[in-house]
Design a protein around this ligand. Structure first.
Ligand SMILES: [Cu+2]
Length: 212
């Protein structure tokens, strides 16, 4: 109980000061700030109010797993964040919810995503957060995306494979679960995000042209 009280006191300090350094003092890695920034998103409705939407792969599969490695779970992603070409610790591009025993989705991880072309066009080094370099997913991939960088951080559910591993052996996607496969119309997909991204890029180019 005492530990719990101390823990919530530290969380309150993070909320009050809102600084990354306070959070780093809290758990030594800056992950406390990520928890503080995403705590409200345990409620999926709140996440949706903040711009996150259910995401499926090119085949409409929502619960992402990899036989032998475990699962990620179901992603809610913010297309604006995916398309902005930036990485910010407290604004993850995706929230990852793992189905619990009765299929209820429980917030488990956050995921940072940036397209490789966007990042490499503006930086000399690949992206890193919390002292970890991002994973690279080549194209073609199940999401129909061009190559992208991503980093999972299992801030809400322990991952025996590692805090920043892509898959969590404790996450499974039950085959009968309604969250496993969704009707394409029910979820956005990365292609929509890319279309949005292309639109924004064109818009930015137009604005630059007008300023000249
Ligand atoms: Cu993921």
């Amino acid at each position: 109980m005492r530990r719990m009280l101390l823990g919530s006191a530290a969380a309150a300090v993070v909320l009050i000061t809102g600084t990354v350094s306070a959070a780093q003092a809290h758990d030594g890695s800056g992950l406390g700030a990520v928890r503080a920034a995403t705590a409200a998103f345990h409620n999926i409705a709140v996440a949706e109010q903040h711009g996150y939407g259910l995401l499926a792969d090119a085949n409409g599969i929502a619960c992402i797993d990899m036989p032998g490695m475990g699962g990620m779970g179901v992603h809610w992603a913010d297309p604006d964040l995916v398309a902005d070409g930036q990485i910010r610790a407290r604004a993850p591009e995706a929230l990852v919810y793992a189905p619990d025993r009765d299929g209820t989705l429980v917030l488990a991880a956050v995921e940072y995503v940036v397209l490789r072309a966007d990042w490499d066009g503006a930086h000399r080094r690949p992206p890193a957060l919390f002292g970890r370099s991002f994973d690279v997913t080549a194209a073609p991939n199940r999401f129909g995306l061009p190559a992208y960088y991503s980093l999972h951080a299992w801030v809400w559910k322990p991952n025996p494979a590692g805090r920043f591993a892509m898959y969590n052996p404790r996450v499974t996607c039950p085959s009968g679960s309604p969250t496993r496969h969704v009707h394409p119309a029910a979820a956005s997909n990365y292609q929509d995000m890319l279309d949005l991204h292309a639109l924004k890029t064109r818009f930015a180019a137009l604005q630059r042209g007008q300023r000249r």
